[in-house]
Design a protein around this ligand. Structure first.
Ligand code: ATP
Ligand code: MG
Length: 268
């Protein structure tokens, strides 16, 4: 990772580098201020069958999303060497939905997220070459658990302290027997959507490595968890999570499917 970073720093030496996050998946992200502004994401190798960051998965999906007319970053370069992968994208304008939006604008941010979900979910699945059905994701979840690659320190509160075997048992026990397939973002949480601070329109969809055909609830479960979660600043809260579902058009919310797709996310 250090070598890839050093090489990229040389290649983009006219930009000012600012560290953004120690990624969830162990990825590091830097904002490169300059013209054009860029983002660099670098990650070490992961043995997880599909957790974490795979730049090539993200490259294909960013290109596909842009072809469909969704605002997403342009890829400048991506590669893999000595066990490290990297992705350089141009910065999309706007501010993350997870930023501190004034209270009077939060409702509109939530509406924009719901509209984005609905638009993405209305793309015909035949158009989408990426498969994230349970047939694909459940075996990956199981492999990750067996290989000890599930982060048991980072489980949702209701599962805190569970061993991996119990997670797998619960996954098998609650697996829905049907899927309502649409194109899902796959990690539709607040930090992964950017909006124009003045108009509250979506300006960018990012972190798309898990985009693919899946049950609608894969996105609904993560978006509502992100909205209702306490550890986000500002806290949107359960009322705005309900507003998201209403705006999306989900009248009879299937709480079991919400729970299942949150559980499934623990493995990735
Ligand atoms: N092209 C971009 N334009 C604008 N902001 C970006 C861009 N890429 C990344 N960011 C910012 O950096 C943050 C982290 O990037 P990203 O979501 O891709 O990484 P991550 O969440 O750490 O990755 P992962 O979940 O794969 O570990 C985003 O939430 C966003 O604020
Ligand atoms: Mg992210």
């Amino acid at each position: 990772m250090e070598e890839v970073l050093a090489e990229l720093r040389r290649r983009y030496d006219r930009h000012d580098w600012v560290r953004v996050t120690e990624g969830y998946s162990g990825a590091g992200v830097w904002r490169l201020d300059g013209n054009p502004g860029c983002y660099v994401k670098i990650a070490g190798h992961s043995a997880h069958p599909d957790g974490g960051f795979h730049p090539l998965a993200e490259v294909e999906r960013l290109a596909w999303l842009r072809e469909q007319g969704f605002p997403a970053p342009e890829v400048r370069e991506a590669g893999e060497r000595d066990g490290s992968s990297w992705l350089v994208t141009t910065a999309v304008p706007g501010r993350s939905a997870a930023a501190e939006w004034p209270a009077e604008h939060r409702g509109e941010v939530v509406d924009a997220l719901a509209d984005l979900a609905r638009e993405l979910h209305s793309v015909p699945v035949e158009e989408c070459p990426f498969d994230r059905r349970l047939e694909v994701t459940v075996p990956h979840a199981r492999q990750a658990a067996e290989a000890g690659l599930v982060d048991l320190e980072d489980l949702d509160e209701e599962r805190a302290g569970w061993p991996a075997a119990r997670l797998v048992e619960e996954l098998d026990r609650t697996r829905p027997d049907r899927e309502e397939l649409v194109v899902c973002h796959g990690d539709l949480c607040l930090p992964n959507v950017l909006l124009d601070p003045d108009t509250r329109k979506v300006t960018g969809v990012i972190d798309v490595g898990r985009l693919g055909v899946a049950d609608r609830y894969a996105d609904l479960a993560l978006a509502t968890r992100s909205l209702a979660s306490d550890d986000l600043n500002p806290r949107y809260g359960p009322e705005l999570a309900d507003r998201f579902l209403a705006r999306y058009g989900e009248r009879d919310v299937d709480v079991e499917r919400i729970a299942f797709y949150r559980l499934l996310d623990e493995f990735f």
